[in-house]
Design a protein around this ligand. Structure first.
Ligand code: IMP
Length: 429
């Protein structure tokens, strides 16, 4: 099995960084296919914490080539902050080239005015709780066909021209929001030195991905955010602006659907979301606070407390359908240790008693139906096989697997790489 896609099955923050890191141990190529610096993975390797936002976590494995695909939006300033940090920690060579980290020349540049617009909007009526990294306005420029593909940076005169045009287009919005945009000269002064560093990393990354898949290399397509934040399939308008689902791997990496062998969905043992929008199983009580504290549920980009709640199986069924999930990775099971009992939403019921599928936001009066399962008190961190889990934890895993209808092939029982029950070879047949 060569080409594996991994996506979040909830609202992001399913613990992708760690799982991708484990899968990447074997991968020849890791391709990130969407989103931008709105994502954030904290990796713990030998006690050393590394935060990556744009660069795939696979970068920590010296033999793995990493690609930032054309579905991404890339802030050159953020990218070089990350690269410089990795160089400082000895995880990347000073002269890193595109043999190690290749950036699509068709990915779009997030520029300071995108951040200004995102921030101004978040202070006003239209706020949805974005990460304020300029992601939405950059994708808006992309679909408005006035965006700046990174390849344009090879020609600074054209770059300036496009920056001027974008600033003109955004000026009325900025004025209406009561803000001011940076000037073209201010943008270019910051951008020029970054462009000089970025251009050597640029290439047609779709060619790299396709060649690796054809050569039967192990290729991991790494999604960002989660299914329910996808611009098409998520809880619109409380979504990000990109395709966070498995289909996005094809458009965002530039490989055809016939090349993908397996789609993995990541699901946290409970649910979280950052920002506004529907969350049927949300807990606004002591149990929710306990999950937040024990699970360290604070945004890795913004530090915001995440909203927390019980596991939502109708939402997982929805994610299974729209992604065509073949298998699941269940994360953060250890966070549930110590809760006397666990509730899992197994259906939604309308006022007339009939069941409703996810999503339910258009119909008032629909409520989650829960089943209650016993909790456990034993720590899970030492478990390396399913049979090491306490009986109630094992029953919880079995319950999810049976209801979800997809095999659980990995269970994460702690933040460390070794605190993992890996049931199959992710690239196995
Ligand atoms: P944006 O992607 O910054 O435009 O934010 C849009 C929505 O997606 C907001 O609710 C964010 O909190 C959410 N979001 C974006 N990236 C992530 C992520 O990596 N994890 C969780 N939520 C995210």
């Amino acid at each position: 099995m060569a080409a594996v896609v991994i996506v979040g099955a909830q609202w992001g923050d399913e613990g992708k960084g760690k799982v991708v890191d484990i899968f990447t141990e074997q991968a020849d190529l890791v391709v990130r296919f969407g989103g931008g610096p709105n994502a954030g993975h904290t990796l713990v390797v030998n006690g050393d914490k590394v935060v990556v936002r744009l660069i795939p976590s696979g970068i920590l494995h010296p033999r793995t080539r990493c690609v930032l695909g054309q579905g991404m939006v890339i802030d050159p300033a953020s990218l070089f902050l990350e690269i410089d940090e990795l160089v400082r920690r000895g995880r990347l060579p000073v002269d890193v080239g595109h043999d190690r980290l290749a950036v699509s020349d068709r990915a779009h540049a997030i520029l300071p005015y995108h951040v200004t617009i995102d921030t101004l909007r978040e202070a006003g009526r239209g706020a949805i709780g974005t990460t304020k990294r300029g992601v939405g306005p950059c994708y808006e420029d992309k679909v408005a066909r006035r965006g700046l593909q990174l390849g344009v940076l090879r020609d600074l005169r054209r770059t300036r021209d496009l920056v001027e045009r974008a600033l003109e287009a955004w000026a009325p919005t900025a004025a209406a929001l009561g803000g001011t945009l940076p000037t073209a000269s201010e943008v270019m002064d910051k951008l020029e030195p970054l462009a000089a560093r970025l251009v050597p990393l640029l290439t047609d990354t779709a060619v790299i991905a396709e060649a690796a898949v054809r050569a039967k290399k192990k290729v991991l397509f790494e999604g960002a955010q989660g299914t329910l934040l996808d611009v098409d399939h998520g809880t619109y308008p409380f979504v990000t602006s990109s395709s966070a689902t498995a289909g996005g791997a094809c458009t965002g990496a530039g490989v055809g659907p016939t090349r993908i062998d397996k789609v993995f969905g990541l699901v946290k043992a409970y649910t979280t979301r950052v920002g506004s929008g529907p969350f049927p199983t949300e807990l606004n009580d002591e149990t929710g606070e306990r999950l937040r504290q024990k699970g360290a549920e604070f945004g890795s980009v913004t530090g915001r407390p995440r909203r927390t709640g019980w596991l939502d199986l109708p939402a997982l069924a929805y994610a299974t359908r729209v992604n065509g999930l073949d298998a699941l990775a269940l994360t953060k099971l250890d966070v549930l240790t110590g809760l006397p009992e666990l509730r899992v939403c197994v259906a939604y019921r309308a006022a007339d008693g009939a069941e409703r599928p996810f999503p339910i936001d258009d119909e008032p009066g629909v409520t989650p139906v829960y089943e209650t399962l016993p909790g456990w008190t034993e720590p899970l961190e030492g478990a390396r096989k399913l049979s090491d889990l306490p009986k109630a934890a094992r029953a919880y895993v079995d319950f999810i697997e049976q209801k979800a209808g997809s095999p659980i092939e990995l269970v994460s029982v702690g933040p460390g790489r070794e605190e993992t029950i890996l049931l199959t070879d992710p690239f196995g047949g």
